[in-house]
Design a binder for this molecule. Structure first.
Ligand SMILES: Cc1cc2nc3c(=O)[nH]c(=O)nc-3n(C[C@H](O)[C@H](O)[C@H](O)COP(=O)(O)O)c2cc1C
Length: 222
């Protein structure tokens, strides 16, 4: 059965967040197409994933030192302290939740040229050594970004887009998701409506948002 895991990471609520509204658009269209499918929404800003701690690091190192891969259900047997057991109890359900999804939808505002700390906390926690080997090769990912400025091809700020290359490298190299399964949809210049210096870019902002909406509706129907 199809399953969608929808993660949002904007600090702003739905009525003030471009990324949240766009991911909601995809999720609604996807649910209309798959009415009986499993749908999960996780709000990483309102319900933050705890930062990884010392027990996470020491348990991960122990797993990495094993000669043979450690199956996910057996990792808990290697946790030797209450801290490691606690860290694993925070980690394992998030990994299981990801593995249960065949589509992952991410809402990603640009914060200081990269992803919000709320999303990075989730990324750090689920990237446990060996957890995803061979598990996500069929997973499809839709990343929706919202940026106050413009970072498109050929723009002066293109080199400052540390969201797209970072997430692409992480999904392909760490999670083993084929590049062909990744879709990036960008809403650019979201602050053109209210930052005076960006006023000349209002038309571009509108075009970018319209294009993002259309692309997401298409992707949800694919
Ligand atoms: C903490 C913070 C940092 C930001 N950093 C950047 C930035 O580096 N570059 C940029 O273009 N916009 C930046 N912005 C603007 C947001 O990317 C923009 O408002 C975007 O629409 C936020 O996504 P949202 O509408 O889903 O909340 C920043 C906003 C905040 C709150």
């Amino acid at each position: 059965m199809p399953a969608l895991l929808h993660l949002d990471s904007s600090a702003s609520p739905l009525d003030r967040s471009v990324s949240r509204r766009l991911t909601a658009r995809f999720a609604l269209a996807w649910q209309a197409r798959h009415p009986d499918a499993d749908y999960r929404h996780r709000d990483l800003a309102a319900d933050p994933v705890p930062l990884v701690g010392a027990g996470y690091a020491s348990l991960g190192i122990r797993v990495e030192r094993r000669a043979a891969p450690v199956p996910l259900p057996d990792v808990h047997t290697l946790a030797t302290t209450p801290d490691e057991q606690h860290e694993w109890s925070l980690t394992h359900p998030l990994i299981t939740e990801l593995h249960a999804a065949d589509t992952l939808l991410l809402g990603v505002p640009m914060y200081n040229f990269t992803v919000p700390a709320a999303l990075k906390a989730w990324i750090d926690r689920i990237t446990f050594p060996g957890a995803h080997t061979g598990r996500l090769t069929a997973t499809r990912v839709v990343v929706v970004t919202a940026r106050g400025g413009g970072y498109g091809p050929g723009t002066p700020r293109e080199p400052f887009d540390f969201q797209t290359p970072y997430l692409r490298a992480w999904f392909t190299e760490h999670l083993g998701i084929p590049d062909a399964h990744l879709s990036f949809v960008h809403a650019e210049l979201t602050r053109a409506a209210d930052i005076p210096a960006l006023t000349p870019y209002r038309a571009l902002a509108t075009t970018s948002l319209d294009s993002a909406r259309t692309t997401l509706t298409t992707l949800a129907g694919a």
